[in-house]
Design a protein around this ligand. Structure first.
Ligand code: WTA
Length: 650
């Protein structure tokens, strides 16, 4: 992109950085030429109970997909994130917790205290009958207990599955049932942006749809009254009084699952992405250190929620494995006003700050006055994740927040990849706003022709993005459905992991992610399967058919656009629009709330009855001239109606 300004590595970044350009080139080459040797060396960043001798065992050939790293090794993830730091860093702050309200005092939890909390929590889980291999669902606000719960599971070998606190009771119940969880951990309420979400009441609703044997452990966050059912419900603070202080970490095989995280795909129900212990921790700790150029003593802040993979890898596991100080924020960027992020950075002297382009765009839109007057001089590295960042937002972040002195790492990765795959390194990579730049060590990106699947050898290329070989942080399977794993990621382009993203590679070999090429949309950096929203809409009694697509949205990146056909006899109205919007919020959660609902008497279908989403996408994007061939439609005239109604809607 010629209109994008190049930002070369500055001398100050190079001086401080752990990796410079020459080192990057040398290490990258070695990681590709000799993965076994490379990872045998870098797995040493962890403490192993039994050191692995077998490094990599991977088959990417469909349908027998099998991915194993460090497979005869043993370790405990919580011991790596806590116990091994106690000797030198016991007094150092592990977690800084900043509450939703700026009036609440921040908490500083040292590694010693973290150890005590996690051991207690683990003993409570054991007391509730949880043992190695059992699943535990976590439905919590952004409070320290969320990290304790994750690490407590890891300590005793239980597999956690976090459900974002913004998901509805129905979505929660689906996930509890899919992974057959033994215990659900929740809180009385979740404060966020000055409002409260009744988490325990949501949990009660969800549990009505789950087996009678699922127990519920509740953290007292706000102190409000909640219903407690005898024999099923337990308070964390009461249980903690009944258990001991010590809990030895159990030895886990490197390939034992660490967690399941549900994520949206192009079809069907959300998939339970499974990550295992050894490879995931090597990957998250190494990327956290090198991508954020983390040095001992730095204060690091990732503004994501632990309900998403970014929170797993870059609030909890990566930073704590590195003995870092990680900041956990309960609130939102705009409460009490749009200066909150900058106030928190100033207050805690944050050195690395990591957030989503949608937040940057929203704050940029509020005006610079919210930034001015805050001392942001502690910042050394800024990061973004979740969606492509437009150059305007990049430049604003760079100049207004970083004062032109800090690199921005635009990190491309996915729930499935465990951690960063394509990203700049602060001391090594000249930056181009909007490009995720170059692959991390061990990552072999390839550009494929979308239709034929042929590898595009030329440096300059446009196509779909796939990865030619495994890396330690890769997901291993879909929980309970390995066939779905193989079919989703390895069938269409055989021999490769297919990311679902389109991309461009420029003459310098830099990667530019252009967005999803499947029926997944990216709303404010959150993944949403259009099929999920459609099935929520058609579950409403007045809806006969629905088709959902993404459309460009100034702040959210993409908005949710719904075409809805009503049952015969039902009349479109503003009231019904609101009713449908609320219905989707209840079925999935507020994050799936439709932005635009267009009532469509007919949808464009092929003669065999298949909805032609391509046409719906183009209309939603106002691109009436590029609808393509509509002659194969059963009723070509519906398209004209759709366009007229679309123009009225906007
Ligand atoms: C998108 C979030 C452009 C992409 C970590 C991917 C990005 C999906 C970037 C994964 C980026 C993530 N630039 N697009 N830096 N990072 N994406 O699973 O479409 O919630 O496939 O993981 O987000 O979303 P997920």
């Amino acid at each position: 992109m010629s209109d994008v300004q190049l930002h070369p590595v500055q001398d100050a970044w190079k001086e401080r950085a752990l990796i410079d350009k020459a080192q990057y080139d040398e290490m990258y080459k070695r990681s590709i030429d000799d993965p076994e040797g490379f990872w045998k060396e870098h797995m040493q960043r962890l403490d192993w109970i039994k050191e692995p001798t077998r490094i990599k065992a991977v088959n990417f050939e469909y349908p027998d997909i099998s991915i194993k790293w460090f497979e005869d090794g043993e370790l405990n993830v919580s011991a790596n994130c806590i116990d091994r730091h106690l000797k030198d860093k016991g007094e150092q702050t592990a977690i800084i917790w900043e509450a939703d309200s700026p009036d609440d005092e921040a908490q500083h939890i040292s590694y010693q205290q973290l150890h005590a909390h996690v051991c207690k929590f683990a003993n409570v889980l054991k007391e509730m009958g949880v043992s190695k291999g059992d699943r535990v669902v976590i439905y919590l606000p952004m409070i320290p207990q969320a990290a304790y719960a994750m690490l407590a599971c890891a300590r005793i070998g239980a597999v956690h599955s976090i459900v974002f606190a913004g998901f509805s009771p129905d979505a929660l119940a689906d996930r509890i049932n899919d992974c057959d969880a033994k215990v659900l951990i929740t809180a009385d309420h979740a404060p966020r942006g000055g409002k409260k979400t009744p988490l325990k009441a949501n949990a009660d609703k969800a549990l009505k749809k789950c087996g009678d044997d699922v127990k519920c452990l509740t953290v007292k966050r706000v102190g409000d009254d909640v219903d407690m059912q005898d024999g099923r419900d337990f308070w964390l603070h009461e249980m903690e009084e009944t258990v001991g202080n010590d809990c030895d970490p159990v030895a886990m095989n490197a390939e034992d699952p660490l967690f399941i995280l549900y994520t949206s795909g192009s079809t069907g129900k959300p998939k339970g992405v499974v990550h295992t212990s050894g490879g995931y921790l090597v990957w998250t700790s190494m990327t956290h250190e090198l991508v954020f150029d983390y040095h001992p003593g730095d204060i690091y802040w990732c503004g994501a929620d632990i309900g998403w993979v970014t929170g797993h890898s870059y609030i909890v596991y990566g930073p704590l494995a590195n003995g870092a100080t990680t900041l956990m924020f309960e609130g939102v960027p705009t409460y009490p006003d749009a200066s909150r992020f900058w106030k928190v950075i100033e207050k805690h002297k944050v050195n690395q700050f990591y957030t989503a382009p949608t937040a940057i765009r929203a704050l940029m839109g509020k005006g610079d006055s919210f930034v001015e007057g805050h001392d942001l001089s502690s910042l050394k590295v800024l990061g973004t994740v979740g969606e492509p960042i437009n150059p305007e937002a990049w430049e604003w972040y760079f100049h207004k927040i970083g004062k032109g002195k800090t690199p921005i790492v635009d990190t491309w990765w996915q729930t499935e990849t465990g951690g960063h795959l394509i990203t700049p390194l602060p001391g090594a990579t000249d930056l181009k706003p909007g490009s995720a730049t170059n692959p991390f060590f061990g990552v072999k990106p390839v550009m494929l022709e979308a239709e034929s699947g042929k590898v595009i050898e030329a440096t300059e290329a446009e196509g779909v993005l796939a990865i030619a070989d495994s890396w330690p942080g890769q997901m291993r399977t879909v929980y309970g459905d390995h066939e779905r794993f193989a079919n989703t990621y390895f069938q269409q382009y055989q021999g490769y992991y297919f990311s679902g993203d389109g991309a461009r590679r420029d003459a310098d070999g830099y990667y530019w992610i252009t967005g999803r090429v499947d029926d997944v949309i990216n709303v404010s950096g959150h993944r949403m399967g259009t099929a999920e929203v459609e099935s929520a809409l058609v579950s409403h009694p007045k809806v006969s058919e629905a088709a959902v697509v993404g459309y460009p949205h100034d702040v959210k990146g993409q908005g949710i656009y719904c075409y809805v056909t009503l049952m015969a006899g039902e009349e479109p109205s503003e009231e019904l629009r609101n009713e449908l919007r609320n219905h989707v919020r209840e079925e999935i959660g507020p994050i799936a709330s439709p932005d635009l609902i267009q009532f469509a008497p007919g949808l464009p279908k092929t003669r065999s009855g298949k909805i032609m989403r391509r046409i719906l996408r183009k209309i939603a994007e106002d691109q009436y001239d590029s609808l393509g061939d509509t002659s194969t439609l059963a009723e070509p005239e519906v398209v004209d109606d759709l366009i007229v109604n679309h123009k009225d809607l906007k």
